[in-house]
Design a protein around this ligand. Structure first.
Ligand code: B12
Ligand code: SF4
Length: 503
């Protein structure tokens, strides 16, 4: 190993507070252990990440800049830093990965300053790419890779999903040596020191609005309950962690794995949370539901999406989810004292503005029904932002509307596309400003009328006040310009936005 082939693993800033264990670069570090020397640079934990990057690059020891990319905030560092590295350190190879780079690879590679995109899991592809580059070998046979050759974009085959239990141990100690773990184990609704853990890859479904689908094509593989528990126990024993957020796209796919994990963690008195599908979990046995609650699972995030069965079909939600089931399941979870966190995707395309609006009003009333059935249900609202799920009915409607993605990588960091990424105001052709205002107005009024239980900062008095002030708007659907509520929310009743700030 020469001393000038070291690797920077960079996690661009992804949150303004509530930093979480950066599982992406942690897992990439595991893949390099014993093969390449590497450093972690976490934009969340650096006052000036560029200075840190520059310090490393100036040493002349680093040949590879590996950067993960999620849309929105991460791009604000990923794009300018990678470009600057190309200008100032042209010998450095720039490698990107993550959901943004994979789904938007044409614009990424056409920028001229990203050399390779690792598409999907990097556990094998990343060290294999470094080996090939170190030995001047061709990269064409390395799976999960996208790059440019003779000005054409080349995509190699997708790798079969690995047995997740064969992955190397996560280098928690090395991360802790650079960024002390206390800074990652934040206080949340679940506990004082919350772990972020990722226990599976992919998802078995093919919802046509979802960025996971083009990468994993309905494939899912999870670590065993024992492997998960080993890491959790380490973080508990060594760093005093007392709660867990599972960051998997779909943690609860296997009832057997979930209950096996619940049995293992039951006596540790930790609270935990994860993401699931309503139709999958509605099939769980009552004993399993009772066990996971007893084992500390307090709240679960579900993609409810819409109460309209025709739109569920257009979204290719797959499985057996229906509007009736969404309501029945909210009621069922109340019995087990598990809080359902339901996310809805509003503002999907339709042929006319009237149809878009009618669909929106249908969902507003549906959400109110769910709240009436189980008031503890937390509602998260996304405005539909297209992802390139080629061949789906939904994406066909999107293309028909004339929507296109940006042609220049830098465009992704202008405010128009940032809003698109944050799924708040995507400015898609079928959404008039009035419709977007109605969606955002409903979100404000709903969050005011039902302040979320997981906002640990709200006092009882604050909850009551904002609820009283929003009651008439909520009941009558007066959703226009709820400035008084927004003012309160921004001052002393800021409501929680897990999708933007952290879960
Ligand atoms: C944690 C997380 C966050 C956290 C960040 C934590 C924090 N507080 O710092 C928070 C909550 C802030 C967040 C926010 C957002 N997120 Co986010 N987030 C995730 C989540 C749940 C986990 C990421 C993770 O750690 N994965 C674990 C690692 C091990 O997996 P991985 O990242 O896929 O990495 C592997 C490979 O992809 C590859 N790889 C990845 N990067 C790289 C880089 C290189 C160089 C190489 C070689 C390989 C490689 O190798 C790795 C190992 O195999 C993912 C979903 C998921 N399950 O991954 C969504 C996800 C990435 N987020 C997503 C989105 C859209 C957002 C938002 C932009 C919008 C929103 N409203 O949700 C916001 C941004 C807000 C903002 N501030 O700008 C989407 C991206 C979809 C897309 N269109 O591309 C995802 C996929 C969720 C989803 N299903 O929709 N997020
Ligand atoms: S179930 Fe969730 S993660 Fe899976 S494809 Fe659908 S939206 Fe994506």
């Amino acid at each position: 190993m020469s001393s000038n082939n070291k690797v920077i693993l960079f996690n661009p800033r992804s949150a303004n507070s509530k930093y979480r264990i950066p599982n992406t670069i942690l897992q990439l570090g595991a893949a390099l252990e014993g093969r390449y020397e590497y450093v972690f640079v976490d934009g969340n934990r650096e006052e000036n990440p560029w200075h840190t990057l520059q310090k490393y690059l100036e040493s002349g020891e680093f040949r590879y800049f590996a950067c993960t990319t999620m849309p929105a905030q991460q791009l604000k560092e990923a794009i300018p830093f990678t470009k600057r590295i190309r200008e100032n350190y042209p010998q450095v190879v720039n490698i990107w990965g993550g959901y943004f780079a994979t789904n938007q690879h044409p614009v990424v590679l056409n920028s001229g300053y990203v050399d390779y995109v690792v598409a999907g899991p990097g556990d094998v592809a990343f060290p294999a790419l470094l080996d090939a580059l170190e030995n001047n070998q061709p990269v064409d046979d390395i799976e999960n890779l996208i790059f440019k050759k003779d000005d054409k974009i080349v995509k190699t085959a997708k790798e079969a999903l690995l047995d997740q239990d064969t992955l190397p141990t996560l280098p928690y100690q090395k991360l802790h040596d650079t960024y002390p773990m206390e800074g990652y184990l934040g206080k949340t609704y679940l506990g004082e020191r919350t772990i972020a853990y990722h226990s599976s890859v992919g998802c078995p479904f093919t919802c046509s609005f979802c960025a996971v689908v083009p990468i994993y094509n309905a494939r899912w593989r999870g670590k065993s309950a024992e492997s998960i528990y080993r890491d959790i126990k380490h973080l508990k024993d060594v760093h005093g962690a007392d709660a867990i957020e599972f960051h998997d796209n779909n943690f609860f796919v296997s009832e057997k794995r979930t209950t096996a994990f619940a049995e293992l963690v039951k006596d540790d008195k930790m609270h935990w949370w994860g993401e699931a599908r309503i139709d999958t979990m509605h099939k769980y046995k009552d004993e399993s539901m009772a066990l996971i609650r007893e084992a500390g699972c307090k709240m679960i995030f579900f993609g409810a999406e819409t109460g309209n069965d025709a739109v569920l079909k257009q979204m290719n939600k797959g499985g057996t989810q229906t509007g009736e089931q969404i309501k029945a399941f909210a009621e069922r979870l109340a019995k087990f004292d598990i809080i359902p966190e339901y996310s809805f995707v509003l503002g999907t395309p339709a042929d006319t503005t009237e149809e878009v609006l009618a669909q929106l009003d249908y969902d507003i009333n549906f959400i109110k029904e769910v709240k009436a059935i189980n008031p503890a249900t937390e509602i998260i609202i996304y405005v539909y932002s297209p992802v390139p799920t080629e061949g789906s009915e939904l994406y066909e409607a999107v293309q028909k509307s004339g929507f296109t993605f940006p042609e220049k990588l830098e465009d992704w960091i202008n405010p128009r596309w940032e809003n698109f990424d944050a799924r708040k105001n995507p400015m898609t052709p079928w959404l008039t400003p009035e419709i977007v205002d109605r969606i955002l107005g409903f979100e404000t009024v709903l969050n005011a009328y039902y302040p979320t239980v997981s906002d640990i900062k709200l006092t009882g008095f604050q909850r009551k006040t904002i609820r009283a002030l929003s009651a008439l708007r909520y009941k009558k659907n007066w959703l226009k310009m709820p400035y008084e509520l927004r003012f309160l929310q921004s001052r002393w009743l800021r409501y929680r936005q897990p999708e933007i700030e952290g879960f």
